[in-house]
Design a binder for this molecule. Structure first.
Ligand code: PA5
Length: 456
């Protein structure tokens, strides 16, 4: 039975917040009016084909090709390593951690049901990559190089290092059989190498950017390789898309998510938007959302909310003090989900004061109580918050929340008046890096030497 995601925004509203939140009548009138404009804008962009992520769950051809590649590949490898960065890595990590669990790679073959281990190398850090290469059996490892542009320095450099390593371990001829590229259909250096070397590829559609690519082969291939129920993942996304195909704000979960956060930022001075799931399996979801919200909406000196990933209950002992008593500049979005494999707290220390009350409860009950208590404590201090009730952490539920957050991001782009699909701000840093490393065409990149007076 699939659980329908719910968004509880009671704690965003003023009467329950003691003045720190939105007036419910205005929410229904003014915000709803504003949303209908944003909805129409996004709907127009979608119809024009500019927002390809909307169509990914319906793309049967891409799905069956991805499945075919996964079925063919899975037999030959015990390990799959993704080389990618940003949107080309975070979606796969989110799916892996949520649906396979953070300890997937430590499990035995039998515990993993014969599916491969899945590693995501999302940084060109020699210490991490070197460690991994030294303990993986190269002969049983597939490297999936993921890059829309096919030219991102960190990914391309990691690929070249891995290819050099494989050539040493299995020989040049065999090495090419250990690669699969997920990249643009026509452009970029990876595409060129794939054509020259006959390396199999999966395509990232032209109209799908990195941070919106989780339901493309970027996220779906690793999911299919490791036995995730891809149909359920897509069904969850389709169900959320259907719910969000209405300009009526009160019926549209992504619309409410975007409008409430936009309004909290621009009208009540709360530009910091915290996503705080209460489950280790959703820790990466917070990081995925952080990239999605930041890179899509941070485009204008006047606007641009700052997303922040947090994890309950761990961050109750790290960040919540700041959320509770620091500046009134945040909205906390909790994500709740019931624990699937719960553990009962035994009663053998029932007689010890400060321990006895826990006896007979479960760890799941404890986490849930912590979340509810934190939401209420924030409310009592006039700190707006809302809760995404995700239901069990399964493929259907993940499909719903991923789609909701992606749709909310493009609505927020319309509300802020920025283009959520581009990221010109990261280009200059990339170009300067190319210049420093001597890439042709970037010779003019020049970094001033540090001033010795200002060093200690
Ligand atoms: O969301 C984005 O567009 C970026 O985070 C990219 O995913 C990231 O820069 C990697 O780019 P590419 O996939 O071209 O290697």
């Amino acid at each position: 039975m699939s659980t329908v995601l719910a968004l509880d925004y009671t704690n965003m509203l003023a009467p329950s917040l003691g003045g720190g939140g939105l007036d419910p009548d205005r929410l229904l009138a003014e915000l709803a009016e504003r949303f209908s404009g944003a909805y129409a804008g996004v709907d127009g962009e979608r119809a024009s084909g500019a927002m390809g992520f909307f169509e990914l769950p319906y793309d049967e051809a891409a799905l069956s090709k991805t499945r075919e590649v996964a079925d063919e590949t899975r037999q030959r490898f015990d390990n799959v390593v993704i080389l990618g960065i940003g949107g080309s890595a975070l979606g796969a990590t989110t799916i892996r951690d949520a649906l396979l669990g953070p300890s997937w790679n430590e499990q035995s073959d039998a515990e993993r049901g014969g599916f491969p281990r899945l590693y995501v190398m999302d940084n060109a850090d020699a210490a991490t990559l070197g460690d991994l290469l030294s303990h993986l059996d190269a002969g049983r490892t597939l490297f999936n190089v993921v890059s829309k542009s096919g030219s991102t320095a960190e990914t391309v450099a990691s690929y070249l290092v891995v290819e050099g390593h494989l050539r040493e371990m299995v020989g040049e001829d065999q090495a090419r059989g250990h690669f699969l590229f997920t990249t643009d259909a026509e452009r970029g250096p990876l595409r060129q190498v794939a054509e020259e070397e006959g390396i199999p590829t999966l395509e990232i559609p032209e109209n799908v950017g990195g941070r919106f690519s989780v339901l493309s082969p970027v996220g779906v291939l690793p999911a299919a390789l490791t036995g995730v129920d891809v149909d359920a993942l897509m069904a969850g996304a389709v169900a959320m898309d259907a719910r969000c195909r209405t300009p009526t704000l009160s019926d549209n979960p992504a619309g409410l998510f975007a409008t409430l956060l936009h309004s909290a930022d621009t009208e009540t001075g709360r530009p910091i938007h915290v996503l705080m799931p209460y489950a280790d399996r959703l820790r990466s979801l917070g990081l995925w959302f952080q990239q999605l919200w930041a890179e899509s909406l941070g485009k204008d000196v006047q606007t641009g909310p700052t997303p922040l990933a947090a994890l309950g209950a761990s961050d109750q002992h790290a960040q919540v003090q700041l959320f509770m008593e620091g500046p009134h500049d945040k909205v906390v979005v909790f994500v709740s989900s019931p624990c699937s494999k719960d553990l009962i707290i035994p009663s053998h220390r029932k007689h010890v004061p400060g321990m006895g009350y826990l006896a007979g409860h479960t760890l799941g009950e404890l986490l849930d109580a912590e979340r509810r208590a934190t939401a209420e404590a924030l409310r009592r201090r006039g700190r707006p918050n809302m809760t995404v009730e995700m239901g069990p952490i399964d493929a259907y539920g993940l499909g719903q929340i991923l789609m909701m957050l992606e749709i909310a991001t493009v609505y927020a782009g319309a509300l802020y008046g920025v283009d959520p699909l581009v990221q010109p701000g990261v280009e200059l840093g990339k170009e300067l890096t190319y210049g420093l490393l001597g890439r042709e065409g970037y010779e003019s990149s020049h970094l001033p030497a540090p001033d010795p007076r200002w060093r200690v």
